[in-house]
Design a protein around this ligand. Sequence first.
Ligand SMILES: Cc1cc2nc3c(=O)[nH]c(=O)nc-3n(C[C@H](O)[C@H](O)[C@H](O)COP(=O)(O)OP(=O)(O)OC[C@H]3O[C@@H](n4cnc5c(N)ncnc54)[C@H](O)[C@@H]3O)c2cc1C
Length: 334
Amino acid sequence: MLISNNVSLRGYNSFGFDISAEHFCSAASIDEIKEALEWRRKHNKPLLILGGGSNTVFTRNVEGLVLQVSIDQIKTETNNDSISVYAGAGVNWHHLVKQTVFNNQFGLENLALIPGNAGAAPIQNIGAYGKELCNNLISVDTMHRETFERLTLSKEECDFDYRHSLFKTAQGADLIVLGIQLQLSSMDNPLISYSALQEAMQNTSPTATEVFNTVCHLRQSKLPDPQVIGNAGSFFKNPVVPRQQVDELLARYPDLPVYPFSDKENKLPAAWLIDRAGWKGHRSGNVGVHNKQALVLVNHGGGNGQQIAILANEIQRDIKQRYQINLEREPTLY
Ligand SMILES: Cc1cc2nc3c(=O)[nH]c(=O)nc-3n(C[C@H](O)[C@H](O)[C@H](O)COP(=O)(O)OP(=O)(O)OC[C@H]3O[C@@H](n4cnc5c(N)ncnc54)[C@H](O)[C@@H]3O)c2cc1C
């Protein structure tokens, strides 16, 4: 295991911000993770865990050790129609989805092309096109960053919610994800209830492979590629709003799209709120709001994380003022 000093993280974050880590280490096994944690303890350094850097906004150089968990094995066990797949935290998420669909192991097809690694997938319970990670998750294999204790958390213990989990709370913040156990199926019975997916599918009873291909096509045509223009995907969560407030908003904005959430609440599209407020295509120096996706903040080149944080705050303030809605940020800011 190699710990390097003063490492540029430009290639390790999807915004492409050119900041540096005081120390950096990529650990490909549990022993290497322990070694890195011991080194960090001995030198009394702060610790930052990193996957693919597609949901992280660096606003400054990182003091201490950036530890990238890169355990990348995939193990599969089959029992009749039920298939159990273990993916190490360093496995590229889209690679996992593609490989499982290709091997007739179904369930992840709607989650194709989400950037990042398997280890980060439970942190915000990744979701797209009507599916969330928790729909196929059995358990998460973790290690405590201080005690090195190994703990396997069941799906229920992870306390998953919309873009949320135990790992985003004080109770789970010290846990390093080593791998995830998923439940897949040999039954080719994909979920196509999500309206944008239904509209795009020619076939009303598609195969999982067709859903996979359609999701890839939709994402490639709609979302900016971080290799071309730096971004972290959706920058804000879709707000969940009490029904009474939704009714008041509908009186002012009759074309506001409204989605069911619970008995007393609805989910509103943050992209619509930001777009209607006039932010789409807005530019502040080298950063801005994408001109086709109001939910995506972008680095036009030469921008930095502080500029993104300032822009995000301005948008949040404006949305609060216009609609009395608090937009919650999706990526983690350092
Ligand atoms: C173009 C684009 C499209 C996107 N579309 C979607 C989408 O459709 N749905 C969706 O849900 N997300 C989406 N995202 C967000 C992102 O892809 C996911 O959040 C992804 O899971 C992040 O993975 P990562 O490995 O890059 O995480 P990182 O950015 O490296 O880390 C994210 C957070 O997880 C923590 N973390 C990472 N690895 C571990 C570990 N092993 N143990 C403990 N903590 C860890 C980090 O400390 C950090 O707080 C998109 C991003 C982009 C750039």
